[in-house]
Write a protein that binds this ligand. Structure first.
Ligand SMILES: CC(C)(COP(=O)(O)OP(=O)(O)OC[C@H]1O[C@@H](n2cnc3c(N)ncnc32)[C@H](O)[C@@H]1OP(=O)(O)O)[C@@H](O)C(=O)NCCC(=O)NCCS
Length: 176
């Protein structure tokens, strides 16, 4: 079984999205409402289908504040094709598939450490579960909040510069 179980930390729960999360997903992840609803349907179905194909549990999960039960953000594993060198310390001409981490919080729930707490838990679980060498994260040069999450996770920060823009900054979390 490759599905991700519900993960708990002191303050947050990481669980699969359900159809009842439609309204919060529209706000949290934006886009056209119909497009976001299609995405949610796919996200709700994908854990089972990926597990059936023995694939890693890629996709977003809901980040829930345990004290209130509210969805405060999204967190998950993303397949990421990028020209990171095999030793993870620089870049090469050819791309490789890497396992990436994604995070996003509703604006009113930022500044409390929820993204870092969730990402640390999902990342540690995936590194261990799949015996990964490393997990990466990518973002734009001016996304300082996301770069600070990478730093709090202890990621090594590399500057690729892009294009594309999301490849300007790469964080690398090596298996200890
Ligand atoms: C990127 C993003 C998730 C970061 O959110 P965030 O709230 O800054 O990150 P965290 O949840 O880790 O919170 C850390 C902040 O909370 C503060 N904090 C307060 N209490 C804390 C606690 N108990 N533990 C840790 N940090 C705490 C930290 O000091 C830090 O603030 P600082 O960076 O100003 O010092 C958020 O800006 C976001 O959703 N952006 C839009 C989506 C996005 O860009 N995603 C990334 C795509 S690549």
């Amino acid at each position: 079984v490759t599905d991700m179980p519900t993960l708990l930390t002191d303050r947050v729960e990481i669980r699969p999205f359900v159809r009842g999360d439609r309204d919060v997903c529209r706000v949290l992840l934006g886009g056209e409402p119909e497009e976001r609803d299609r995405w949610l349907e796919w996200t709700v179905r994908s854990p089972r289908e990926l597990a059936a194909l023995a694939q890693p549990p890629y996709g977003d999960r809901a980040l829930v504040e345990r004290a209130t039960g509210r969805v405060v953000g999204a967190i998950g594993l993303v397949p990421s094709l990028l020209p990171l060198a095999p030793d993870g310390r620089g870049f090469t001409a050819r791309s490789r598939p890497e396992v990436g981490l994604f995070w996003a919080l509703l604006p009113e729930h930022r500044g409390r450490g929820y993204a870092t707490e969730g990402a640390r838990t999902v990342g540690a679980w995936a590194l261990d579960k799949f015996g990964l060498e490393r997990i990466i994260a990518t973002t734009e040069r001016d996304n300082s909040a996301s770069i600070r999450v990478m730093e709090r996770l202890g990621m090594r920060i590399l500057h690729h510069g892009g294009p594309p823009e999301w490849l300007q900054v790469v964080g690398v979390w090596e298996h200890p």
